[in-house]
Design a protein around this ligand. Structure first.
Ligand code: BES
Ligand code: ZN
Ligand code: ZN
Length: 491
């Protein structure tokens, strides 16, 4: 679908629906006072412009659109780009909009690139749904209007760029959601690698797939150890966007791509185990971000690396007590086969060093313990370099994908020291599980700035939100794309 900017008068545009955002007030705002019906509407106190409230007026005199939807944006001083994301997210499912083929949004009082981008993101995120596994009426794709006009005070190149970004960012996140929600039988590591290859062709990044033989040649003992219990062979997928100068050191993004985590021999309980089809959400965020980075042709070198495998119990599975030899040469005693994500990431981190990165960020549904830290409200981040952390925080503010920093204290690194092998993959007692997981990973980090984002429980929404219905969130795709967009060298 297409979004068009217009500097014209929204009242004279022929549209099915014209959306007019209004700030909260008890009196009719001046802007809509002359429109019939508004005085009567406000006199009923049914509509005060509280965020999320809507009122539909049909055939108002002087408005060419068939209907007009007033949408409350709440207190004027609290309006932010995320307000537009939320409002357009809600509207995308509103009966007036799903019955329309053309719509206009009057953004003339909110004309900034950030707001325009966010409004488009909200519309496309709010109307996302996975239909591939449905039949009958539920299989119909989400309604999208053919024509959406955004009325702004003055059309400019920077607003046009914001329109493109809004579309590309939302599609990146929806790609990540779709991958995450796909059942593991339909997204094995092999199928996943093929899907990424296709996305690379469609959006303009290069893709190299390491199959099980190549992974063995690379001596990626962590990935091979996790994969050995599964009938599905693992893959490592390397995506490259070379938008910078050939000599510029790349930013490397690494994602955990466990397509199903049963826990392995240290089997998980049955309750909610089906959610572990989403244990590849970190990698999906990286894939989504790479589509956006490539489509926007960002003037930077960015590399995405995903390690993808199943973690399954079987006669061939790795067992507690086994010692794995990692790509870096370090040895790890397996205490718990359910702590598999860190083994996959560790080999990817070591592999990343070959690209002489200027910084490395990994993202993963790594620890159940994250549930007790920020729950579903934000992702813990841990890293080695304050300017890198600042940049992630800034991207989180812009995208409303919230993060909060936890420390990487010596204790958390020491907790992973081994007795039989160099390291253990799970600390005794399970204290500070999110931090000790990062402590483990830090053993595979070289002298480049590094940050780790734990998105366990951020990758799924348990209740409906304005631009995120229940299901996979695709959290991190916009965050990483935005980070790459605003990137400044950290060393
Ligand atoms: N994939 C899980 C983490 C997870 C749990 C993500 C629940 C989302 C929801 C990870 O592989 C795991 O099982 N981690 C263990 C580590 C422990 C054994 C040290 C955990 O967090 O319990
Ligand atoms: Zn696990
Ligand atoms: Zn896992």
């Amino acid at each position: 679908m297409s979004f068009t900017l217009s500097g014209g008068n929204p009242r004279t545009a022929s549209l099915d629906t014209l959306i007019i955002p209004v700030a909260q007030s008890t009196k009719v705002p001046a802007r809509i006072r002359d429109i019939d019906g508004t005085k009567l509407l406000y006199s009923t106190s049914e509509f005060t412009g509280k965020e999320g409230q809507t009122a539909v007026l049909y055939g108002a005199l002087g408005i060419k659109a068939k209907r007009m939807v007033l949408i409350g944006v709440g207190e004027a001083k609290a309006v932010s780009p995320d307000t537009w994301r939320r409002c357009l997210g809600r509207l995308s499912r509103h009966a007036a909009i799903t019955a329309s083929t053309s719509l206009g949004v009057d953004l003339s009082e909110a004309t900034t690139p950030e707001n325009i981008q966010a409004a488009i993101e909200g519309y496309l995120l709010g109307s996302y749904k996975l239909t591939a596994f449905r039949t009958g009426e539920a299989a119909t794709p989400p309604h999208r209007v053919d024509k959406a006009m955004l009325f702004v005070d003055k059309v400019s190149a920077s607003l046009k760029a914001a329109v493109d970004r809004g579309l590309i960012y939302a599609e990146a996140q929806n790609t990540a959601r779709e991958l995450a929600e796909t059942p593991s039988a339909d997204l094995t590591p092999k199928i996943y690698a093929q899907r990424v290859t296709k996305l690379g062709k469609a959006h303009g990044f290069t893709v190299k797939v390491l199959d099980e033989k190549a992974i063995a040649r690379e001596r990626m003992g962590g990935i091979l150890g996790v994969a050995q219990g599964s009938a599905e062979p693992p893959r490592v997928v390397v995506m490259q966007h070379r938008g910078g100068k050939p000599k510029d050191k790349p930013l490397v993004l690494i994602g955990k791509g466990v397509t199903f985590d049963t826990g392995g021999i240290s089997l998980k309980p049955a309750l909610n185990m089906h959610e572990m089809k989403q244990d590849m959400s970190g990698s999906a965020a990286v894939v989504g971000a790479m589509t956006a980075i490539a489509r926007l042709k960002l003037p930077r070198n960015v590399i995405g690396i995903i390690g993808t495998t199943e973690n399954a119990p079987s006669g061939t599975a790795y067992k507690p007590g086994d010692v794995l030899r990692m790509r870096s040469g370090k040895t790890v005693e397996i205490i718990n086969t359910d702590a598999e994500g860190r083994l996959v990431l560790a080999d990817c981190l070591d592999y990343a060093d070959g690209f002489a990165p200027q910084a490395v960020i990994d993202i993963a549904t790594l620890t159940g313990a994250a549930k007790f830290i920020l729950g579903t409200s934000g992702a813990p981040i841990i890293g080695t370099h304050s300017r890198l952390m600042d940049q992630i925080r800034d991207a989180a503010d812009r995208t409303s994908e919230r993060v909060w920093e936890l420390p990487l204290w010596d204790d958390f690194v020491k907790a992973m020291d081994g007795t039989v092998a160099d390291l253990v993959n799970s600390a005794s007692g399970g204290f500070a599980g999110t931090c000790t997981a990062a402590g483990f990973l830090s053993n595979f980090v070289k002298d480049w700035p590094w940050a780790h984002i734990d998105i366990a429980y951020m990758d799924m929404a348990f209740s409906d939100k304005p631009y995120q219905l229940k299901g996979g969130t695709g959290f991190g795709a916009r965050l990483l794309a935005d980070l790459a967009q605003h990137w400044s060298t950290v060393k």
